[in-house]
Design a protein around this ligand. Structure first.
Ligand SMILES: Nc1ncnc2c1ncn2[C@@H]1O[C@H](COP(=O)(O)OP(=O)(O)OP(=O)(O)O)[C@@H](O)[C@H]1O
Length: 358
């Protein structure tokens, strides 16, 4: 396994990029620590695959260097980087059996037969294909073929890193959960450095120790699932993570108060004067419906979503989502919303501002 360092990496698919907007990947400086599991999360087109392909060597970055351990691999082809990759669609040899497919990366490296048998058996158990080892891959479902791809990616234990690009797209939903759990367990056992690309927050948050959130070609936050939930560094993270995402309200911030259309809201921290676009962000989990002491609200819709209710309200002309207990009464008249001050984040021009302890 190796630590992977990205030094001032940026990439443009254009021949002569002249401005930041020309870069599919804006400058990123990041260390993927040895043995950790990372998810690269963001919507379609935000640059995840570009970043992953730079790590794997499928793409040479326009700027910057890639290091594996202390070695500069920027100009090294993929085949020499000693990585395992699993892509969105299965890559299997149809004429080989499942066993031969799984054994292929080990045979290629001249591993002795006994070790190959043991590893193939272990991986087959993990992907639930022990009974199909002697079947030819041809004729298997896409789902089964992708499991073989995953297994083949994980069969070696001497790779620098394991890279996954949306590997569960073709897998059926209940198997997705199963495979994700297996991957996480495998990571715990073998400590591979793993980078897992996905646009699905549940996949990212359940799989990874650290989630790298990308937006519009830029890494906007690298954090634990808890950090992304509690302290989104950018309004995009607040909006993208969570179900539904964070509420945002334009405000003026004065010390430890926010003022929204003349209404004061207590904050958990104090702030210096802020300029530009200033907003407060509060997750629906930390908004409470009340009938006094809050901001005036109109309840637009109530959705029953299992263990709680999702209340869609309008507050001072803005949509605000509230997660409310299933059983509790909802205010019928004079509805108001109150925010937990300690859970309010403050944003200037979309970036989170760290407050002083109040
Ligand atoms: N070969 C290419 N030539 C030109 N532009 C490209 C190329 N590959 C990607 N792009 C552009 O670069 C941007 C980032 O694409 P990238 O594939 O890295 O995003 P992504 O987050 O992986 O999206 P997806 O989940 O859809 O694969 C997009 O605007 C895309 O259109």
């Amino acid at each position: 396994m190796a630590q992977i360092t990205l030094k001032n990496i940026a990439h443009s698919y254009m021949d002569a990029p002249s401005e930041e907007a020309d870069y599919a990947l804006k400058e990123v400086d990041h260390v993927w620590r040895d043995g950790e599991a990372y998810a690269l999360l963001g919507p379609s087109g935000c640059g995840k695959t570009t970043l992953l392909n730079i790590v794997s060597g499928l793409l040479r970055p326009s700027h910057g260097r890639v290091l594996f351990g202390g070695e500069d691999v920027t100009d090294m082809p993929t085949a020499e980087r000693n990585i395992a990759q699993v892509f969105q669609f299965p890559v299997v040899y149809d004429t080989m059996t499942v066993r031969e497919n799984l054994a292929f990366p080990l045979k290629n490296r001249g591993i002795e037969a006994q070790t190959i048998t043991e590893r193939v058996q272990r991986v087959a158990a993990m992907i639930g294909m022990e009974d199909e080892l002697n079947r030819k891959a041809r004729g298997l479902t896409a789902d089964a073929k992708q499991k073989i791809s995953l297994g083949r990616g994980m069969v070696r234990d001497d790779v620098n890193a394991l890279l996954f690009d949306e590997p569960l797209t073709v897998i059926d939903p209940h198997m997705k959960w199963e495979l994700r759990t297996q991957l996480k367990r495998l990571h715990g056992q073998f400590g591979h450095t793993m980078i897992y690309v996905t646009h699905d927050q549940t996949e990212a948050l359940t799989f990874a120790d650290h989630v790298v959130v990308m937006h519009d070609g830029r890494v906007v936050q690298i954090g634990t699932p808890e950090e992304l939930f509690e302290r989104p560094a950018h309004t995009f993270v607040g909006y993208f993570i969570g179900s539904p995402g964070m509420n945002l309200l334009p405000a003026e911030v004065r010390g430890d108060r926010a003022v929204i259309d003349g209404h004061e809201v207590m904050l958990g921290s104090g702030y210096d004067d802020l300029s530009g676009k200033v907003e407060i962000g509060i997750r629906p989990e930390f908004v409470r419906l009340t009938d006094e002491g809050g901001l005036p609200a109109t309840i637009k819709r109530v959705e029953d979503v299992g263990r709680h209710r999702l209340v869609r309200a309008e507050v001072l002309g803005r949509p605000v989502n509230v997660i409310a207990d299933e059983g509790g009464p909802l205010p019928s008249e004079n509805a108001q919303v109150a925010f937990d001050p300690a859970r309010i984040n403050v944003y200037a021009n979309d970036w989170r501002v760290e407050g002083r302890a109040a």
